[in-house]
Ligand binder design. Structure first.
Ligand code: NAI
Length: 721
């Protein structure tokens, strides 16, 4: 678990957790750390202590299984106190302790380093240093909220924690998170040992003396300037940031707890501060929000990334060469992420110039990466050299997979499918990146519809982590396995769905904009609608999102649905609004700089003034809670419908997809887990009420009603097992 050796008079503790995929802090390793630390402190042959690892990572973080399983506040509190005690013993054991950070140190891993007297990191761009717990509904509970602000100052520490920043060693050095860098592992260990030997006395706690020379207390030796901040200093800082937390982290108890830890903990000596942190941490770890986020954003997402949706016993085709049809916004993005994964790319458009322009997109992104020090010139050139622009379909020969991303036009898509297939071998897989056209119908153009599949990317491709894989009626497991393997190779998260209008993501997401626009038509003040969306935890308000999608696209989809299903777009409240905006007012959305918002040059966007005249505000405005409810319940209900219809078949894919594709609020656990978050009985009862007040679109399904009657969410969720 932790090897102990004496090197040049220093005890080297090498954390090496065999049998674990990574070094983590769990019951076992914490216990081992405590024991080996005592040994080093009492070993006369050891003048100092170096903590490091001979594995790839330093310590990747705390074991989340352990946290998820800890049943109550008291158990968690005791566990945290035990960790704090060991860390505190390291600090006060009167021997210099150095963290030789040989690899990634996140969360509890970096907190371990924070409890050392010096931090030296290996200078490698892939190494990550950070306290990202806030992303999974937790916060640094291993002393991070107490030691980091004492080390680098309250404001930077708070930003670092609340923004879940991850830094490479060079950035970490600049920010003061580490003290020194080393170029090789040997140098790292050497520097750590040298420092320990050279600083035996820097570590004695010293007396705090007032102006008259009277001893007024003990100063914590490791913190320049003492460890107690003046209440006034802390308060000034709080005033400035409380607003930010209110806006950005409104729904996240962990963020509020961070503020409390800083506020309360920094005005008292560190031992008390640590106890405050432990108390808050134990409470936060038991919140629904933390449990939801750990389940979905950690466990479910990891499962999806590992290919949990892949069919058993089917060998995928390894994608070494990919063809991309259409070098527009999506095609050029897909080319970039593919080349970044080392895949050869044939990028085809109607002319070589257009294809070249698509390649330029990668060139620009790579330039930025070089400028930021993320890669060197040579590496960037290698990536770029993988992309071959062309206008000749014959160049697609030898592609394992072809992804079509031409204009959203059925006839055109038919044509390019057939043109490409003429040059492909029998086992090649063909995918469409369509956002609205059913995969089953597009597959009709193919000679082998079994190997035709949907690969729905999101814009901007390099930033959006999700790919929605769509099975057509005839798509076989071989195509699915190949698609999943490809998505894994480009390091994105796959979810698998069955063909349906708008698939899973657009279908659910569409209800958000639709409900927002419906509110507008009812005479609810636009700013209130937008505010409700944000307060509910959505990244942006529904009207702004509608603008970003572009109103003419919503119009097009509405008209197409009308054609296919007979449901008149003009019969829907949001249909009426969209038709008016597109046909009469020519306000088509963000792209043309006029939609529900206006986008003046060099000024921030603002809600369009004309809205007030078009939709006179009702005399009595509803409470914001009601609006939030409408916005969230509709999305969750649509997710439930998709789930019941088998469009999406696992809670995992439904939840992960909702958070990654359209930013459904993570604190709920995702669009399908939302039902559990509010409780199945409340969910259904509220839907019945909303349906009565606002219309059938809120009517719960029979299966939901049944589940509510039995109060059995688990039974509902296991319907496909
Ligand atoms: P775009 O208009 O930026 O690019 C389309 C490209 O296809 C153009 O460069 C055009 O020259 C090229 N093209 C036309 N005919 C061609 C042919 N015969 N052979 C090769 N290339 C041809 O469109 P965008 O936004 O990239 O969309 C492409 C597809 O991706 C559409 O099906 C769209 O629905 C879908 N999609 C778009 C998303 C978005 O956010 N824009 C998101 C997800 C999917």
């Amino acid at each position: 678990m932790i090897q102990y050796t004496i090197k040049k008079g220093v005890a080297v503790l090498d954390i090496n957790m065999e049998g674990y995929p990574m070094n983590v802090l769990n019951e076992e390793s914490i216990k081992a750390l405590g024991e080996v630390l005592e040994r080093a402190l009492s070993d006369d042959a050891a003048k100092g202590i170096v903590i490091t690892s001979s594995r790839k990572e330093f310590v990747a973080g705390a074991d989340l299984k352990m946290l998820q399983q800890s049943a109550d506040v008291e158990t968690t509190y005791q566990m945290i106190r035990q960790l704090h005690n060991i860390f505190r013993r390291m600090e006060t054991g009167r021997k210099p302790v150095v963290a030789a950070i040989n690899g990634t140190a996140l969360g509890g891993g970096y907190e371990l380093a924070l409890a050392c007297h010096r931090r030296i990191a290996l200078n490698h761009e892939k190494i990550q240093i950070g306290l990202p717990e806030i992303q999974i509904g937790l916060f640094p509970g291993g002393g991070g909220t107490q030691r980091l602000p004492r080390l680098i100052g309250i404001e930077p520490a708070m930003q670092f924690i609340l923004q879940a920043k991850r830094m490479n060693p060079q950035e970490a050095l600049k920010a003061g998170l580490v003290d020194e860098l080393a170029d090789t592992r040997e140098e790292l260990l050497q520097k750590a040992i040298d420092w320990a030997l050279a600083n035996p006395s820097a570590l004695q706690p010293y007396d705090e003396i007032d102006k008259k020379g009277k001893v007024v207390g003990k100063k914590d030796y490791r913190i320049p300037g003492g460890n107690v901040q003046s209440p006034k200093g802390v308060q000034t800082f709080m005033a400035g940031t409380a607003l930010l937390v209110q806006k950005v982290h409104f729904n996240y108890p962990a963020a509020h707890a961070v503020m409390k830890c800083l506020y309360e903990g920094l005005q008292v000596p560190i031992d008390l501060g640590l106890d405050i942190e432990a108390k808050y941490f134990a409470q936060i770890a038991q919140t629904k929000e933390a449990k939801n986020m750990i389940r979905t954003l950690f466990f479910a997402m990891n499962e999806a990334n590992k290919g949990a949706a892949a069919p058993q016993g089917v060998t995928p085709r390894e994608v070494k060469k990919v063809g991309i049809l259409g070098a527009g916004m999506m095609g050029s993005g897909i080319a970039y992420v593919s080349a970044m994964a080392g895949i050869e790319v044939v990028l085809k458009d109607v002319s070589v110039e257009k294809a070249e322009k698509g390649k330029d997109y990668s060139r620009e992104l790579l330039k930025k990466s070089v400028a930021r020090g993320k890669m060197n010139r040579e590496q960037a050139d290698q990536v770029l050299a993988l992309i071959r622009p062309t206008a000749d379909a014959a160049d697609l020969a030898g592609c394992d997979l072809v992804i079509e991303a031409v204009f959203e036009d059925r006839e055109l898509k038919y044509k390019v499918t057939q043109e490409a297939e003429a040059f492909l071998d029998e086992r090649a897989v063909f995918a469409s990146n369509t956002s609205t056209l059913p995969i089953t119908s597009l597959a009709e153009a193919s000679r082998r519809p079994e190997q035709f599949i949907g690969l729905h990317f999101f814009s901007p491709v390099d930033k959006m982590m999700l790919v929605e894989i769509i099975m057509g009626e005839k798509t076989n497991d071989y195509a699915l396995a190949t698609a999943i393997a490809y998505v894994q190779k480009i390091r994105k998260t796959p979810i698998v769905v069955n063909d349906s209008r708008g698939f899973y993501t657009s279908r659910c997401f569409g209800t958000y904009t639709s409900e927002g626009i419906t509110m507008l038509a009812e005479g609810i003040v636009p700013a209130l609608i937008e505010h409700a969306g944000e307060q509910a935890g959505m990244p942006v308000g529904p009207l702004e999102v509608a603008d970003a999608v572009n109103l003419d696209l919503i119009y097009k989809v509405g008209k197409q649905t009308e054609k296919d299903t007979g449901l008149a777009f003009s019969s829907l409240p949001e249909g009426k609004v969209i038709i008016k905006f597109v046909e009469e007012l020519g306000r088509t959305g963000r792209r043309d700089k006029k939609g529900f918002y206006e986008y003046p040059e060099n000024e921030p966007k603002r809600l369009w003034k004309g809205l007030q005249e078009l939709f006179p505000p009702k005399a009595e405005q509803p409470p914001i809670e009601e609006l939030k409810k409408r916005l969230l319940y509709r999305q969750a209900l649509e997710a439930a419908r998709c789930f019941e219809e088998g469009v999406v078949r696992t809670r995992r894919d439904a939840d992960v997809g909702s958070i990654l594709a359209w930013g459904f609020p993570p604190y709920t656990g995702g669009a399908l887990s939302f039902i559990d978050y509010v409780g199945i009985q409340t969910f259904v009862a509220e839907l019945e009420r909303l349906a009565k007040t606002y219309g059938e679109r809120f009517t719960p399904t029979d299966a939901l009603r049944e589940a509510a009657a039995k109060n059995d969410y688990a039974g509902y969720i296991n319907r496909w097992k």
